[in-house]
Design a protein around this ligand. Structure first.
Ligand code: HPA
Length: 269
């Protein structure tokens, strides 16, 4: 595993002419941040040794390097979901490579269904904590010596970054919620009973990503910040049939606000 990570990092280092300490996983709601990256250069996933091959037709995904404002960044356009059939080691492989490349802070976005009755479709939820509800733990197996065998998770999402994001949201007049994100394997959306269970668990929103990457990033000592866009309501009395298209549509509407917060936060971080 370490050999593969090192091989991939060495390949990328040789093609990189910048030294970013900031990485972004461009999940749902953050696609348009790409348009704000300057001095851009890209490396498609299918050219990168040991990178998982994308299952989505026509889109292999790519790493994008460049600047966001004055900050050098690397961004993942296209992430690997567990529901697509990747192992947890594959889902989180890019994060370990990031660590080898010198990344210190990771920004992520995703879409979720709200279980908190105070939330509305289109709300942005700053992730304050998570519940790992995936069937396999990403750190299961021989410990990679990037961190301890039993890593601390008392501050998975960096409190200082959350504070600054709140400041930016207030300054820009953007409404944000705070909440706990529960990550599940999908690919089904939840039944009403499951949404209810997750609410009782202490989750405010449920989605199918992010938790594995954040766990591995924390194991590597990388600071994390995440925002989830609420695309549907898993709240008793408000649950309606949903499709992937509904999720996409709600996320697209919230995209400009999500992009503003992330751009400003990354710039000032
Ligand atoms: N459940 C799980 N994942 C999701 C949801 C949901 O309701 N909405 C967007 N991603």
């Amino acid at each position: 595993m370490l050999e593969k990570i090192n091989e991939t990092a060495a390949y990328l280092s040789a093609r990189m002419h910048t030294s970013p300490e900031t990485a972004i996983i461009l999940g749902t709601g953050l696609g348009s941040l790409v348009n704000e990256i300057t001095e851009k250069y890209e490396i498609p996933y299918n050219e990168i040794p040991n990178f998982p091959l994308s299952t989505v037709e026509g889109h292999s995904g790519k790493l994008i390097f460049g600047k966001l404002g004055d900050k050098e960044i690397m961004a993942m356009q296209g992430r690997f979901h567990y529901y697509e059939g990747y192992s947890m080691k594959e889902v989180t492989f890019p994060v370990r490579v990031m660590r080898e490349l010198g990344i210190k802070t990771l920004f992520v976005s995703n879409a979720s269904g709200a279980t908190n009755p105070d939330f509305e479709i289109g709300d942005l939820m700053i992730i304050t904590d998570h519940i790992n509800h995936f069937p396999e733990h990403p750190l299961r197996g021989k410990n990679i010596p990037y961190g301890p065998r039993f890593p601390d998770m008392s501050e998975a999402y960096d409190k200082e970054l959350i504070r600054r994001a709140d400041e930016i949201a207030a300054e820009k007049g953007i409404k944000v919620q705070h909440g706990v994100y529960v990550g599940t394997q999908g690919p089904t959306f939840e039944t009403p009973a499951e949404y209810k269970l997750f609410h009782i668990f202490g989750a405010d929103a449920v989605g199918m990503s992010t938790v594995p990457e954040v766990i591995v990033a924390r194991h590597c000592g990388i600071k994390c910040f995440g925002i989830s866009v609420v695309t549907d309501l898993g709240v008793e009395g408000k649950i309606v049939e949903i499709t992937h298209e509904d999720v996409q549509e709600a996320a697209d509407k919230a995209q400009p606000l999500m992009t503003t917060i992330m751009r400003e936060l990354i710039n000032r971080a």
